[in-house]
Design a binder for this molecule. Structure first.
Ligand SMILES: Nc1ncnc2c1ncn2[C@@H]1O[C@H](COP(=O)(O)OP(=O)(O)OP(=O)(O)O)[C@@H](O)[C@H]1O
Length: 254
């Protein structure tokens, strides 16, 4: 579904990604792990159009997406969340999710400004759809009308996932979705991933919580210093000497 063909990205003299190749199939959870500075966020930015690769290409279902702006890539069915929350803190929680439906709305800016019936009808549909998504996310209705910024960090993370799902993606990239969550929130997040897969949305995770990664991933890629050093199932990756060396700072032979 997503193919990453020889992607490199440099920032001045820093080679954040070097000839990265990945083949991510539909219908499963693929995780990308690696120590700090390995290039994970840079890879997510390249895939989602927030960064242009210095070399190589990214294809989604055979169509080249590298080099396109984020909104075009989103319209092609690829949505993302961010490592640091990108939240509309002053909106009611439901409306944060509803903004994701904007991509599907047809009313013109003028209709919006004049509050014409076409614009109001779309708003009502977006609100109803947002409520369905909030139920899907298992967000207690007591929070729906509350200011998003007043929700706990874990609940705001859910809103961010809801907003991304509202764009109707076939593939969803989640950049460190468990960061800042407690143990029970992380367990619930793993269950939510399974529900998202069951909806027919493919998931790619960048995650530091290795327990979560091992529990939910069908396949794992390990990046270190901008290079893929291992790929496979949890056990395979866990036992890989290069992975141990990257994480523990040990010599691969040791
Ligand atoms: N905009 C930038 N300008 C310069 N260097 C950058 C930029 N973005 C990333 N880098 C560098 O590229 C390398 C990879 O960074 P990146 O943030 O992709 O790693 P990461 O694996 O996501 O790290 P972490 O797990 O700490 O979030 C690092 O050396 C980083 O300092």
């Amino acid at each position: 579904m997503l193919s990453i063909n020889g992607v490199s990205k440099s920032f001045g003299g820093v080679h954040a990604l070097r000839d990265v190749r990945m083949a991510i199939p539909a219908g499963v959870i693929t995780s990308v792990i690696g120590p700090n500075g390995a290039g994970k966020s840079t890879l997510m930015n390249v895939i989602s159009g927030y960064a242009t690769p210095s070399a190589g290409e990214v294809h989604l279902d055979g169509a080249r997406i590298s080099g396109l702006p984020p909104h075009r890539i989103c319209a092609m069915g690829l949505a993302r969340s961010f490592q640091n929350l990108q939240m509309f803190v002053d909106m009611p929680a439901w409306e944060v999710v509803a903004t994701g439906f904007y991509r599907h709305q047809r009313a013109s800016l003028l209709a919006d400004l004049l509050n014409l019936p076409s614009s109001r009808a779309e708003e009502r549909t977006a609100e109803a759809d947002a409520r369905k998504l909030l139920q899907f996310l298992d967000l207690d209705p007591v929070w729906w009308q509350r200011r998003a910024g007043d929700l706990s960090y874990g609940l705001q993370r859910k809103l961010e996932i809801g907003r991304a799902l509202a764009t109707g993606p076939r593939l969803l990239l989640l950049d460190e979705p468990a960061a800042g969550l407690n143990t029970s929130e992380t367990t619930a997040l793993g269950q939510l991933f399974r529900k998202i897969i069951a909806m027919g949305v493919t998931l790619v995770l960048v995650e530091h919580d290795l327990d979560l990664v091992m529990a939910v991933s069908d396949s794992i890629y390990v990046l270190d210093a901008g290079t893929v050093i291992a790929r496979g199932g949890g056990e395979e990756v866990r036992r890989d000497p290069l992975v141990m060396a990257a994480y523990l700072g040990l010599d691969a032979d040791a």
